[in-house]
Design a protein around this ligand. Structure first.
Ligand code: ATP
Ligand code: MG
Length: 393
């Protein structure tokens, strides 16, 4: 195994002042969670503004990198050689050994960027740059120095220990999950809502989810698809409790009592209401949807306003201004696309009218909802009492 240690650099959480340790601890927790299914043991520690991971024996490099690339808060993953702060001759040897092992083909240009953080160390940064450059040129005559656009920027940091690295793998950015409360994602089987969940989790928010299931109009397979999507999102967000609401009776009742062109809007209003009740009960402070302006009749600005009216919680709609293709691009990147396009319909597609209203008038909607007065409260209560919770991770 080439690398025994990793340097984890974070970006935005570095700016959090006095609370920085909370962000660092959350990041370490998420790193541990991400590494759990991965082969290998690591000791994780923090040292002024950075996090180190030390491998304890064998591990699977590709798996480790793939797992770290899903941990929000990580800006860069740097596999490195790390040695004790010994005499400079030893550091020279280690640097030559690093270059030899990491770069099979030595035909590259390079620059050494040494940093003496420990000012007690007897060799200055400039001298290290010069001498280490010379060692590389002498040991590998195919290499060349290029201080402006080097192929390889070799970092040598003299801190508590000596870090040698040149490979910087980008992490996902964002903030560690757990630093920004919890929100409830309305998760359907489509492309948009898993992306919406991913985007909010990226800002450090823990996620729970709710899915409105309408058996027998929607199949067990459609529900399984939502479970699969929740698990895919949880690779980034950490554990998700998926609340499955049996929505059939509510949907049928609305279908019987209300004008069909208003079905989708009224149904969506009940979805939001029920999602908000579950969110309140389970500690979520906001709702998340995959709505995007104008995508379908129920997502015109008028429809969004009508849907939003039933909520008192903030509703996060992170893909609101995205074109479909932009959402698809993210879903491909995060690995949910293939599952989202499986052809199992979610509950909305069954009860859609041929000509749904695109500019609902809120007064008209209120009037139609009066037709539900007799049974709707009881139906909502039953739906809330029979929620099935599936742990997804
Ligand atoms: P998606 O691709 O996320 O399914 P969509 O383009 O199909 O979105 P709609 O069906 O209008 O759009 O749904 C808009 C949003 O409402 C979804 O992104 C999701 O957040 C929520 N939603 C829709 N149907 C359900 C459902 N059956 N269960 C939970 N949430 C739902
Ligand atoms: Mg949908």
């Amino acid at each position: 195994m080439l690398y025994q240690s990793f340097l984890i650099k974070y970006a935005e959480i570095g700016t959090k002042g006095k609370n920085r340790f909370l962000f660092e601890d959350a990041l370490i927790k998420q790193i541990k969670h991400a590494l759990r299914p991965v082969e290998g043991k690591f000791i994780i520690s923090k040292e002024s503004g950075r996090i180190y991971m030390d491998a304890q024996g064998e591990y699977d490099y590709d798996e480790v990198i793939a797992a770290l690339k899903r941990v929000f808060g990580i800006a860069w993953i740097c596999p490195m050689f790390q040695i004790e702060k010994t005499d400079f001759e030893e550091i020279k040897k280690e640097v030559a050994s690093y270059v030899d092992q990491v770069y099979e083909d030595k035909n590259f240009t390079f620059k050494v960027d040494a940093k003496r953080v420990d000012k007690k160390y007897p060799v200055s940064s400039e001298q290290m740059n010069r001498d280490l450059g010379e060692v590389i040129l002498d040991t590998f005559p195919e290499t060349k120095v290029d201080v402006h656009h080097p192929d390889v920027l070799l970092k040598v940091e003299v801190r508590k220990l000596v870090n040698i690295y040149s490979v910087m793998i980008p992490g996902p950015g964002g903030m560690p999950v757990g630093t920004n409360g919890k929100a409830m994602l309305l998760l359907s089987g489509g492309i948009d809502s898993p992306v919406a969940g991913y985007m909010i989790a990226k800002r450090g928010v823990m996620i729970d989810a709710v899915y409105f299931h309408a058996p027998p109009y929607t199949s067990e397979r459609a529900k399984q698809k939502v479970v699969d999507l929740a698990k895919l999102v949880s690779r980034y967000s950490g554990p998700i409790n998926l609340h499955v609401v049996n929505f059939t009776d509510i949907q049928l009742y609305i279908y019987e009592q209300c004008p069909h062109e208003e079905l989708t809007i009224i149904m969506r209003r009940y979805m939001m209401k029920i999602a908000e009740s579950i969110a309140k009960e389970t500690g979520s402070l906001a709702l998340i949807t995959g709505e995007s302006i104008g995508q379908v009749a129920s997502q015109t600005v008028q429809s969004l306003a009508a849907t939003n009216e039933v909520c008192t919680m903030p509703v996060f709609r992170p893909v609101i201004g995205f074109d479909k293709q932009e959402i698809v691009d993210i879903s491909e990147k995060i690995g949910t696309y293939e599952t989202s396009i499986q052809p199992y319909e979610d509950c909305c597609t069954i009860f859609v009218a041929k000509h749904p209203v695109t500019k609902p008038n809120i007064k008209v909607i209120h009037k139609s909802e009066e037709n539900l007065a007799e049974k709707i409260d009881e139906l909502v209560k039953t739906a809330l009492e029979t929620v099935e919770v599936i742990k997804c991770w």
